[in-house]
Design a protein around this ligand. Structure first.
Ligand code: ZN
Length: 239
């Protein structure tokens, strides 16, 4: 087996590194991750709304309990007064006063009952709204679960592919002889993504910079074993 031309080996290594970069970007920018983010924003907003409704409902319930207790107390008072009225020992003067008080206590108890009823209606309304919010959240909750599962699957398969491609990449790197390999490594560390780039239409396709006419001429005059670096990004320029 003949060893590959240095330019071909570099080209294969460059392609392998670009593949890895594409997979890394794909892993970070999955469309599912974008959708998950908007689903979670909606769910958080809904949760805030639910909490708001819950605290309003708790306050209302406290008020209802207080009013109901007060009504019970007034009812008790009115019953007690009515018993006193039934008592034959009560003097006519006391009787009239007791009667006024009994009527008053009953009237107040009726008022509290009306208030309690109105509060109960409000409470039912809030419970209804809460139930509706929870119902409306269901599709997003289900979608969130789906997306999380899908993202895990996609990442696993991307990781697998990246693992295999990384191995191939290491083999390709070993096929590039010294000192060209070290030159590639240094350019990769400096520029990121890859340590080489191709010249297309007079531009380095790593940094997109157009080569000056003199640099382009110099690059064209290089033999197959000699390589020039991009003056802008420092990547080794390949045809
Ligand atoms: Zn460049």
């Amino acid at each position: 087996m003949t060893s590959p031309e240095p330019g071909d080996a570099l080209g294969a290594l460059l392609d392998a590194d670009r593949w890895l970069e594409r997979l890394r970007a794909q892993r970070v920018h999955l469309p599912e991750s974008g959708e998950l983010e908007s689903v979670e924003v909606r769910l958080r907003e809904r949760l805030a709304k639910v909490h708001e409704l819950e605290s309003a409902r708790d306050l209302l319930r406290e008020r209802y309990d207080r009013v109901a207790q007060e009504s019970e107390r007034l009812r008790g008072r009115s019953i007690h007064l009515e018993h006193a009225l039934d008592d034959s020992a009560t003097s006519p003067r006391d009787y009239a006063a007791l009667q006024v008080e009994a009527v008053h206590a009953r009237a107040l108890a009726d008022e509290r009952d009306d208030e309690a009823l109105a509060l109960l209606e409000e409470l039912n309304g809030l419970d209804g709204q809460l139930a509706l919010e929870r119902l409306d959240a269901r599709p997003d909750v289900a979608r969130r679960t789906e997306l999380l599962e899908r993202i895990t699957q996609l990442r696993e398969s991307l990781d697998e592919e990246m693992g295999a491609r990384r191995e191939t990449r290491e083999q390709l790197r070993r096929s590039v002889a010294s000192p060209l390999g070290e030159r590639y490594d240094a350019a990769l560390t400096r520029a990121g993504t890859s340590g080489a780039a191709r010249v297309e239409g007079g531009r380095c396709d790593g940094c997109r910079l157009a080569l000056a006419p003199l640099d382009l001429d110099r690059w064209k005059s290089m033999g197959p074993d000699r390589f020039m670096d991009c003056p802008e990004c420092g990547r080794i320029l390949l045809p």
